[in-house]
Design a protein around this ligand. Sequence first.
Ligand code: COA
Ligand code: ZN
Length: 311
Amino acid sequence: MSALSLSTLPERVKVCEMGPRDGLQNEPGIVPAADKIRFIDMLSATGLGVIETTSFVRPNAIPQLTDAEEVMAAIDRRPGVTYLCLAPNMRGLDRARAAGVRAIAVFTAASEAFAKRNINMTIDESLATFSGVVKTARAEGMWVRGYVSTAFGCPYEGRVPVENVVRVASALAEMGVDEISIGDTIGVGTPNQVVDVAGALQAQMPVERLAMHFHDTRGTALANVVAALQMNVEIFDSSAGGLGGCPFAPGATGNVATEDLLYMLHGMGIATGVDLERVRDASRFMAGVLGREVASRTYRALEADACRVPA
Ligand code: COA
Ligand code: ZN
């Protein structure tokens, strides 16, 4: 039997949209709040169940997202859509709570150097901070996600041992985080690594709580998704158009594009509940705002078809 046995892959996948946060935080220019709001509202109409909307972080850490309150107040929140917001500390949680946020994400890393640069904490300090944040958020009935960045490699430290990923992810799981997203922040991972990391994590926690967050910096993101599917992972992060990168990871490009992920999954017979054409519409709107083409290959193919003059 072939190693890639389609019959054993998940029948359905949850797609978590990262464009408004992971995407727009790395744009050199600051997108006006009104355009962010329109983009999020368009994404809300696609069938996506989770949209990472903005961040309640230190304003000078991420100047692109200082309008978090304004954006959360103005978006049209649809029932059934989770509007996820980053909140790295109590101050972030307080701001999120005041903005009526019902789902937050805490974020740390599998490498010390990245954690220090991104959140100015050691990994253990971040876990100590998050334990209070997660406890309070859960007591108020919020849904909580946890991110482990640099799980497949660090821009400052290079190779990251699988044990480090497992240690940090397990600590988040024990804290009561509902879902843990394992990030290839700089897009260095390869499918064999995905199998190793996903396998090691599944020895510690149920696969239903695991998400994979791939960046496509070196073109391996979709191959990594297939490897993760084979390991029964059912939750993937992606960004409309492939927007994004990371201000603390120079040269990193965006998440795997939502359009590319949907095209592949739907072609494999895996349901997502998300309308690819509507995601494309949202990306087209944002491409207009940014004044440039977006990275997604499927987006470009769809746009080329739309422009084709019939014979
Ligand atoms: N929202 C707004 N302001 C915040 C804040 C938050 N969540 N957390 C801290 N601050 C403010 C404090 O009020 C304080 O302000 P003051 O100097 O006017 O008193 C100042 O920031 C310093 O606070 P401190 O607790 O020392 O934070 P820090 O400087 O060590 O920064 C983080 C820690 C986590 C807040 C900051 O590194 C950060 O926001 N990082 C986010 C990076 C990010 O989003 N990366 C992309 C996602 S992968
Ligand atoms: Zn990311």
